[in-house]
Design a protein around this ligand. Structure first.
Ligand code: PRP
Length: 171
């Protein structure tokens, strides 16, 4: 298998700086809760949290969805929940990629039940062609074609997460 660079390290970092500035401009004073969805979003979270200049709390959630790659059942399981209350908080879900939208559609609804002031989504990558569930995405790093991508948090069988760039994995 071969790796072909799709988005360079410099492009990623430049875009994250822009998104960080946009987040600073968009949110009112007060703490912002950045919710990192494990594992893929860990590097995006780390860079985005340092790109914003405001007070930001960092929390982690684990999620697994069933039926991925097939006709999705829409079933999503929380494997690690938050251990804080989101009541009256501004919440920004931080994801590496949105594909079918099943995970984020479910998660947004779930977090809304916890009475936050707001819930928005920031994703580094978006594959709009693959969407089967509606998701409102406030911040998108890059829209990408329907290719299998790895790197900067994204894996193939747990490999390649630690690449500094996003690559297409070619057979
Ligand atoms: C990826 C990604 C999202 C989900 C998006 O996670 O981080 O959580 O898939 O897909 P969807 O839009 O089709 O629901 P993955 O299951 O690969 O877990 P990982 O981040 O731990 O690798």
């Amino acid at each position: 298998m071969a790796l072909k660079t799709l988005i360079t390290e410099q492009q990623i970092q430049t875009r994250i700086a822009e998104i960080g500035a946009q987040i600073d401009a968009d949110y009112p004073e007060g703490t912002l809760y950045l919710i990192c969805i494990l594992k893929g979003a860990c590097f995006f979270l780390a860079d985005l949290a340092r790109a914003v200049k405001r007070d930001a709390f960092i929390e982690f959630m684990g999620i697994s969805s069933y039926g991925k790659g097939k006709t999705s059942s829409g079933e999503v399981k929380i494997t690690k929940d938050l251990d804080i209350s989101l009541q009256d908080a501004h919440v920004l879900i931080v994801e590496d990629i949105i594909d079918s939208g099943v995970t984020l559609n479910y998660l947004t609804s779930l977090l809304q039940t916890r009475k936050p002031k707001s819930v928005r989504i920031a994703t580094l990558l978006d594959k709009p062609e693959r969407r089967i569930r509606h998701v409102d995405v406030a911040y998108v790093g890059f829209q990408i074609p329907d290719e299998f991508v790895v790197g900067y948090g994204l894996d193939y069988a747990e490999r390649y997460r630690n690449l500094r760039e996003v690559c297409i994995l070619e057979p």
